[in-house]
Design a protein around this ligand. Structure first.
Ligand code: NAP
Length: 338
């Protein structure tokens, strides 16, 4: 089969012929129709920290069609249209994943390939109202957004929600979920155009985090926020503790702008704030995320669709924060690769 393999010298992605995966007892073999990019893979490409003798095929998001099932597979069949939960070996504690936890894509083979073989427990029917490309946008970002907003952000009806960096893949899922749940949502972005697009999607307003007084601009619009969802961290994080209402929750799932600086402890204890780290999610949250998307007929925001040959270019777009929503790779374009 063809796969996009990481060149461990240049840290570029290259199409290669590799062995088709084999099927064990409870596995299904999926022909991938679409995959999606995540910042998670970009960190690996930039930090050049992955090594393996057996070749590395990244990719956490995938949607496709089941081609074969193992003898122990009981609720999926050939021809089923499915998506994959990339949260592997979460374990039995719903609060935190166990020590064998992996994100699909490394060390096990990911979704930047023609086929993937994976245990049935990670395979779910794709929402009927979504195309394969839309379905491929859901897994990693939708799951992270679901847990960040509902489980760790403890979102309740009528909460005011702030989402930072709204152009991000996860951030836009948080926006959809919060709006579908009746929240009043504000956003930040480095682009006025993206703020306008978020408002079109239902946000009440937004500010540009590149403005020095961005947090004051928000306070002029809203008294404060009950739930803040952030993945930037860095210098701006301290401002979030000023923006939080007493008793507010800040759910943090990323480190896009690096170390947090100058947090004022008094703001945290006096306002009784909760700063909750959150990462991916468990099987139950994955299922609830799909149920929410299906019941509310939510369509993920897709920035663009690239061919397999263009994947390095697609990652460049994420690196420059040029995207608004998910970037999809059309896996049917492998056919044109050498
Ligand atoms: N722990 C987990 O489970 C998990 C899961 C998914 C992602 N992550 C992490 O979360 C982060 C976002 O992931 P993603 O895949 O959604 O990324 P993404 O699609 O690449 O989006 C990143 C966004 O960061 C925003 N940003 C850049 N500088 C910012 C700043 N100074 N303040 C606020 N926002 C800023 C930009 O928003 P604008 O374009 O609007 O300016 C950009 O679109 C990454 O660090 C990623 O590694 C963690």
């Amino acid at each position: 089969m063809k796969a996009i393999v990481l060149n461990q010298k240049t840290y570029k992605l290259e199409t290669k012929h590799v062995d088709k995966p084999t099927l064990s007892h409870s596995d299904v073999l999926i022909k991938l129709k679409a995959s999606a990019l995540n910042h998670h893979e970009l960190w690996s490409l930039k930090e050049k920290d992955l090594k393996s003798d057996s070749g590395i095929i990244l990719g956490s998001d995938g949607a496709g069609i089941i081609m074969e099932v193992g003898v122990g597979v009981n609720y999926l069949k050939k021809g089923d249209e499915v998506i994959i939960n990339p949260s592997i070996n979460w374990g039995t504690n719903r609060k935190v994943h166990g020590s064998n936890y992996e994100i699909l894509g490394f060390p096990r083979q990911g979704t930047f390939s023609e086929y993937i073989s994976i245990d049935q427990q990670y395979v779910y029917h794709k929402p009927k109202h979504l195309s394969f490309q839309e379905s491929a946008a859901l897994p990693l970002s939708g799951l992270t957004a679901y847990r960040a907003l509902f489980t760790r952000g403890e979102f309740q009806n009528n909460n005011k929600v702030l989402i930072t960096g709204i152009g991000g893949g996860v951030a836009l899922f948080v926006l959809s979920f919060a709006i579908a749940s009746g929240a009043e949502v504000y956003v930040t972005s480095g682009s006025e155009h993206k703020i306008s697009r978020a408002i079109e999607l239902g946000a009440k307003g937004g500010v540009n985090y590149k403005d020095n007084d961005w947090s004051n601009q928000l306070l002029n619009k809203v008294n404060g926020f009950d739930v803040i969802i952030d993945s930037a961290a860095g210098k701006g994080f301290a401002e979030l503790t000023k923006l939080a209402n007493p008793g507010g929750r800040i759910a943090l799932f990323g480190r896009t702008t690096g170390y947090i600086q100058n947090l004022d402890p008094k703001l945290i204890f006096w306002k009784q704030l909760s700063i909750h780290g959150t990462s991916m999610g468990n099987n139950e949250e994955f299922k609830k995320m799909i149920d929410l998307i299906s019941s509310q007929k939510i369509h993920p925001v897709i920035d663009s669709v690239y061919s397999t040959q263009e994947i390095n270019l697609a990652f460049k777009k994420i690196d420059n924060s040029e995207q608004f929503g998910k970037i999809i790779i059309d896996m049917d374009t492998f056919i044109n690769d050498a």
